[in-house]
Design a protein around this ligand. Structure first.
Ligand SMILES: O=C(O)CCC(=O)C(=O)O
Length: 301
């Protein structure tokens, strides 16, 4: 990434320096963050989800060396839940959750959205420098409580002409976000990670190179007690087979990150737990939900 290409990040997301950088400039870059074996698995999954440039239908490609007309193949995107289990699984990486909880100043966080996208030669974007937003209500942009945290993984090598994302050091006060430094165009090897807030200035860049592709995987976290802030529609995925397999294998506390009620909640009865087992095989593999019915009586919602 800018000034750090090829260097291996020795930092963990739980390091104090990561939090300090996020607080001081609104983003933190961790080159080659993911272990190489995990990168291989994730990049293969992303390529099964969206074709690489070389795998796009040949009759539709421009002759070698030419750029396609702008936005002929601009980008493709898929959202959570994914048919590829490893993409669902990386969402709940413990260090990312710990950092999001600290950033949002609460243990009660939820996954707001996740996407896996690819960009191809010819991608042109005029959006320019912006902050995101994702809220029904005007928010206090000086408060980290409204400032959702986004994890931005490169799942392919990204060089300067391959639509790298640009970030500007940003600070917040009562008047909102302010740019306080120069643009940093983030290039880097597959497996690199940028953590940034939705009120950090950033921008897309064009894909100028005449071949190749840029894969990005994202996850965004917010406070559970702010339902007016941007929410993806994964709560409609209860009958999605990939979602069922993913949720069935999660610990009860991890399910809460996806809006499932905690163990002991009155929703859980012998009947609902039986239905849940059918929908999410493995739901109560360790008996916690059943044990809590015993302690809470059989109150129904
Ligand atoms: O794709 C990029 O490089 C930046 C995306 C972006 O601007 C956004 O997520 O708001």
């Amino acid at each position: 990434m800018d000034g750090t290409v090829g260097s291996i990040s020795r930092r963990k997301l739980t390091d104090e320096s990561v939090f300090a950088e996020l607080s001081n400039q609104g983003f933190c870059v961790l080159p080659s963050y993911l272990p190489s074996e995990q990168v291989k698995t994730l990049t293969a999954a992303a390529r099964r989800l969206h074709p690489s440039w070389a795998d796009l239908p040949s009759e539709e490609l421009p002759s070698t060396g030419d750029l396609p007309s702008p936005n002929a193949f601009p980008s493709k995107s898929a959202g959570f839940p994914y048919e590829e289990p490893c993409l669902n699984q990386i969402i709940v990486a413990p260090d990312t959750i710990a950092l999001a909880k600290r950033w949002l100043e609460t243990e009660q966080i939820c996954m707001r959205g996740s996407g896996c996208s690819v960009r191809y030669p010819g991608f042109v974007d005029g959006t320019g420098r912006h902050v995101d937003g994702f809220s029904l209500l005007p928010t206090n942009r000086a408060s980290r409580r409204h400032n959702q945290l986004k994890f931005w993984y490169y799942l392919s090598d990204v060089e300067s002409e391959m639509a790298p994302t640009s970030f500007w050091p940003t600070q917040w006060d009562e008047d909102g976000p302010h740019v306080v430094g120069d643009e940093q165009k983030i290039t880097g090897p597959a497996g690199s990670l940028v953590v940034f807030s939705i009120f950090t200035y950033h921008s897309r860049n064009d894909f100028i190179q005449t071949n190749g592709e840029r894969y990005v995987f994202t996850v965004r976290w917010g406070r559970r007690d702010h339902p007016w802030e941007g929410m993806s529609e994964y709560v409609m995925s209860g009958s999605n087979p990939a979602f069922s397999a993913f949720v069935g294998n999660l610990a009860p506390s991890t399910r809460e990150l996806f809006h499932f009620p905690p163990v002991g909640h009155p929703y859980y009865t012998e009947e609902t737990l039986s239905d849940l087992e059918n929908r999410y095989p493995g739901w109560d593999a360790h008996g916690e939900y059943h044990a809590a019915i015993g302690t809470n009586g059989r109150t129904q919602l």
